[in-house]
Design a protein around this ligand. Structure first.
Ligand code: ADE
Ligand code: ZN
Length: 327
């Protein structure tokens, strides 16, 4: 119980959370009532069952259904502010939030409305909740190089305040990282950081490709790196942090249980590990919950728990002065 209070009081940052996946149960049920055609349950108990995933592909199908509920700048604004409120309540004052503009555009949300909702939500997050939000615009990999080009163009043409990185999400199997190399090269030349998902649903070769082909500075998940000692050494030596999302991995059935998660092995090899939620209400996860569960499962001492929180500050793309304030 003491540990719970320690985790709650610990200043934390969140580096891997998808905006759509951060929508609270209340927000989703409200939007689902407004848009009954989307096929998302408007009843909380049914929605909880809807959030029981058979496998990763099933999870993505559900995620896309929720994504399609977002139809206006006001919807985006509400999500952003709701996320900031949830973060502030957990003593998290800085987060890098993944947004997938190409998917929203395909779902009929105009780009200007998306940008307006992000900007007004971000301002309200800072003013009302004292939370600084940064954006990662990510490519939905399953939609191929077209999505890569469109995401890059959208990012660089609009360059919204707070945009720090280009990401790559969706399925990994059959979606080679290397095909997106030109977009990551252009993004890095324009001053954006490289943060692709890799090694969540496929093996360490995908992580190697993210590092070599996409210049990854952090890796979304990266859990399968544990199977490759050379890769672990590379990540440790080059201080390439992994955005580990333990509950997500259990709920999408990538690992059997928290106890079976390779996080201990990652730590033992000196890999910079950070703890994150991915899609918190969809997985029944919270940032405090991730810290607590990992601390209990691994039997971490308080100093080790605090180190995990510091890892995330160091691995963040916050300004140096901001990092000092967050430590
Ligand atoms: N989109 C939302 N959550 C995701 C995840 N965990 N992996 C890949 N794409 C995602
Ligand atoms: Zn993710």
């Amino acid at each position: 119980e003491n540990l719970r209070a320690f985790v709650a009081a610990l200043p934390k940052v969140e580096l891997h959370v998808h905006l759509v996946g951060s929508a609270s149960m209340r927000t989703v049920t409200r939007l689902a009532r407004r848009h009954p055609d989307a096929g998302v349950p408007a009843d909380p108990a049914v929605l909880r069952r809807f959030y029981t995933f058979r496998d990763f592909d099933h999870f993505l199908t559900v995620y896309w259904a929720v994504q399609a509920l977002l139809r206006s700048a006001a919807d985006i604004h509400e999500l952003v502010v709701g996320l900031a409120r949830d973060l502030a309540a957990q003593n998290c004052r800085y987060a890098e939030v993944t947004v997938t503009p190409y998917n929203h555009l395909l779902d009929g949300l105009p780009g200007d409305d998306l940008l307006a909702g992000l900007a007004s939500g971000r301002a309200a997050a800072a003013a009302e909740h004292g939370v600084e939000l940064a954006w990662c615009f990510d490519i939905p990999g399953e939609k191929g190089p077209v999505a890569g080009r469109e995401t890059l163009v959208f990012a660089l043409r609009n360059r919204p305040e707070g945009l720090v990185s280009l990401g790559l999400g969706g399925p990994e199997v059959g979606v080679g990282r290397a095909q997106f190399a030109p977009f990551f090269t252009a993004a890095r030349e324009a001053g954006l950081h490289s943060v692709p998902h890799a090694g969540e649903t496929s093996g360490p070769a995908t992580v190697w490709s993210a590092v070599h082909d996409l210049g990854a500075e952090r890796i979304g998940h990266g859990t399968s790196s544990a199977a490759d000692p050379r890769l672990l050494a590379h990540l440790a030596e080059h201080r390439i942090a992994l955005e580990v999302c333990p509950t997500s991995n259990v709920r999408t059935r990538q690992v059997e249980s928290l106890a079976a998660h390779p996080i201990r092995r990652l730590l033992d090899h000196g890999v910079p590990v950070t703890l994150n939620t991915d899609d918190p209400p969809m997985f029944g996860a919270t940032l405090n919950g991730e810290y607590l569960a990992v601390a209990e499962t691994l039997g971490l001492r308080r100093a080790e728990v605090a180190q995990l929180a510091r890892n995330a500050v160091h691995a963040s793309f916050a300004e140096d002065t901001r990092k000092q304030a967050l430590l």
